[in-house]
Every structure is written in structure tokens, then in C-alpha cells.
Design a protein around this ligand. Structure first.
Ligand SMILES: O=C(O)c1ccccc1N[C@@H]1O[C@H](COP(=O)(O)O)[C@@H](O)[C@H]1O
Length: 218
């Protein structure tokens, strides 16, 4: 079952890699739609289950709590999911593995050469959206690098979450060119890895709103 591409009137914003209570509060205050918590221990932004529980408890209703995993143990994912609304599966998880977890998920795809996005959208039909990130060999994500946005087909069968190297300086152009359902940023709103900057968060969301002015009036 595929669904038609969603054309929202405003771009949803996910801020990823939150590790501190004050960053959660700043993100919510600035108007983020979703907050990402990295549970993959290889990340500079990794948090453990206890910190996830504490940070997730601060998030008010109608802000989506997203847990990021990279090819991890299903039991760990299920335990963490008690504190989450959505899973972000950022490794080489198969469609069957994703579905077996029994929770709503988005599938991250790294834009390596030759990727057939239409075929992958079909294969990952159960995902709520596809998150498209830059490809760097040996690094599962969070590289701070952009990719060639013209490679994203306009008629993909799943909602697109655009990620990879987004900042307040490039996100409005990205929205005008790609018209994604949502954008996702981590390094572009940081003072240092895992430490967000409230000013950069606010500037990023303001830039998203400027980008939204390029969307057709409804
Ligand atoms: O943030 C990480 O450390 C990370 C580690 C492993 C996989 C994904 C990771 N982050 C995700 O990467 C993209 C892009 O991040 P950036 O804005 O380029 O820094 C984003 O979806 C993060 O959720």
C-alpha cells in the first residue's frame, strides 16, 4: 500500500541529537515539531536509557519524541520505545526488521550513488516517512554534509524528511527546491557535538518559516 505524496502547508521541523534538558526546553519553546534522541552508542550525541527517560518526560503533548537507532538489538529498541512516539531506523534495517518492532517508524536512507528511491519507497512501504541523509562511507549519519537535492524525485510515494548538513543558511533554499514534508537538523544547531545552541535553534526555525513562503498558497 503506497500513499500519495503529502503536500503540507508548512514544513515540519525535527531537531535531533538532544542530550540536555535545557536543549529540550529551547527546542520546544522555539516551536520544534519533533525531538530526536540518539540511542546509538557510537554517536557523539548518544544518551543512555535513563537519560532518555528523563528527557522524554519533559516533552509536552503534540511534540513527537523520536528515538534514533542504528542496526540495534530489538529488545533495547522496545525498552526505549516506552519513552518514544516514533523510531528513526538509521542503519541497514530491513523492512521486515522495522515492522517486527511493532512501533511506528521512519526509515533513514543514505544517498549513496545509484540508490533507487522509488524502489526503496515501495520496499519500505510500512515506514511513516523516508528520511534522506548524506552518504559518507563508514558513517551512519550526522555527518553535517549535504547531498545533491536534485536527486530526490518530486513524486516519491512516501513523505520526505530532508536531512544532512542543514543550517539556518541553507534550509530555506532546501525547502524551496525539495518541498519536503519535514526537515531534520542536528549539527547545524549545535555549539559543539551534543550541545545545542538556543539562538541557532531559533534561527533555524525562522529560516524554515521563510522557506515556507515559497510553498504554493492553499
Ligand atoms: O547525530 C548523530 O550522531 C547520528 C549518528 C548516527 C546516525 C544518524 C545521526 N544523526 C542524524 O543524521 C542526520 C543529519 O545530521 P546533520 O544535521 O547533518 O548533523 C539527522 O537526521 C540526524 O538525525
Amino acid at each position: 500500500m503506497t500513499e500519495p505524496r503529502v503536500a503540507p502547508s508548512r514544513t515540519r521541523v525535527k531537531l535531533c541529537g538532544l542530550t540536555r534538558p535545557e536543549d529540550v526546553d529551547a527546542a520546544v519553546a522555539a516551536g520544534a515539531d519533533a525531538l530526536g534522541f540518539v540511542l546509538w552508542p557510537g554517536s557523539k550525541r548518544a544518551i543512555d536509557e535513563a537519560r532518555l527517560a528523563a528527557l522524554a518526560a519533559r516533552v509536552p503533548a503534540f511534540v513527537t519524541r523520536v528515538g534514533l537507532f542504528v542496526d540495534q538489538d530489538p529488545e533495547l529498541i522496545r525498552r526505549c520505545a516506552e519513552h518514544l512516539d516514533l523510531l528513526q531506523l538509521h542503519g541497514d534495517e530491513s523492512p521486515d526488521f522495522c515492522a517486527m518492532l511493532g512501533r511506528p517508524w521512519i526509515k533513514a536512507l543514505r544517498m549513496r550513488d545509484g540508490l533507487d528511491l522509488h524502489a526503496l519507497a515501495g520496499a519500505h512501504d510500512g515506514a511513516r516517512a523516508l528520511l534522506l541523509d548524506a552518504y559518507r562511507p563508514g558513517v551512519p549519519g550526522g555527518t553535517g554534509e549535504t547531498f545533491d537535492w536534485s536527486r530526490i524525485p518530486a513524486n516519491l510515494a512516501k513523505p520526505v524528511i530532508l536531512a544532512g548538513g542543514l543550517t539556518a543558511d541553507n534550509v530555506a533554499e532546501a525547502i524551496a527546491r525539495v518541498r519536503p514534508f519535514a526537515v531534520d537538523v542536528s549539527g547545524g544547531v549545535e555549539a559543539s557535538p551534543g550541545v545545542k545552541d538556543a539562538g541557532r535553534i531559533a534561527a533555524f526555525i525562522e529560516a524554515v518559516r521563510r522557506g515556507d513562503e515559497s510553498r504554493p498558497a492553499r
